[in-house]
Design a protein. Structure first.
Lengths: 121, 107
């Protein structure tokens, strides 16, 4: 059974950098897409970006200038850094696995439990 | 970006009712459409992928249909555990985008 667990500071000051790590257990990082999605309280879901085990990345155009993702296959972890945060970045952050299906497209199959990150001084 | 529009944004229904939720994409996404169920304080749970394929373990009262731009999630007989918020999501192109959600409440 694949499990994903987010970890990182729950409180970040405005203008600083948000850093989160997702630890994957029960499976390899290879052949999947590893994705970050966030959800402000009471609102909908927003794609942040994804990374492959090779280190190849894709970021949401709206966040691209502030986002960096990395992967450490030896630790079965991937990470998110988001710079220059504001209160608008306060949200539950989920790490997610995307599986390549028979048609060759990636679809979400597993979610982490999510971690609430609050941006406040 | 592909915009995903869900309707209604909320609905009230009773146990045993048939419930239908619609999702429209701003451009054709073939069948690259997923549905998720989310309960308060929990991550979304995958229900359906490829527009109509049921995720393993999901009850057969859930079904999906559609292709191109118009999609539907149907719950054939609403159960108490089905009261939740439902999201559609396109994975035809990046960035992935989600509908705004449909909250299913008890009537």
């Amino acid at each position: 059974q694949v499990q994903l667990q987010e970890s990182g500071p729950e409180l970040v000051k405005p203008s600083e950098t948000l850093s989160l790590t997702c630890t994957v257990s029960g499976g390899s990082l290879s052949s999947y897409s590893w994705t970050w999605i966030r959800q402000p309280a009471g609102k909908g879901l927003e794609y942040i970006g994804r990374i492959f085990a090779t280190g190849s990345t894709d970021y949401s155009p709206s966040l691209k200038s502030r986002v960096t993702m990395s992967v450490d296959t030896s630790k079965s972890q991937f990470s998110l850094k988001m710079s220059s945060v504001t209160a608008a970045d306060t949200a539950v952050y989920y790490c997610v696995r995307e599986l390549r299906d028979d048609s060759g497209w990636f679809r979400i199959d597993y979610w982490g439990q999510g971690t609430l990150v609050t941006v406040s001084s | 970006d592909i915009q995903m529009t869900q309707s209604p944004s909320s609905l009230s229904a009773s146990v045993g009712d048939r419930v239908t939720i619609s999702c429209r994409a701003s451009q054709g996404i073939r069948n690259h459409l997923a549905w998720f169920q989310q309960k308060p304080g929990k991550p979304p749970k995958s229900l359906i992928y490829a527009a109509f394929s049921l995720q393993s373990g999901v009850p057969s009262r859930f079904s999906g249909s559609g292709s191109g731009t118009d999609f539907t999630l149907t719950i054939s007989s609403l159960q108490p555990e089905d009261f939740a918020t439902y999201y559609c999501q396109q994975y035809d192109s990046y960035p992935l985008t989600f509908g705004g959600g449909t909250k299913v409440e008890i009537e």
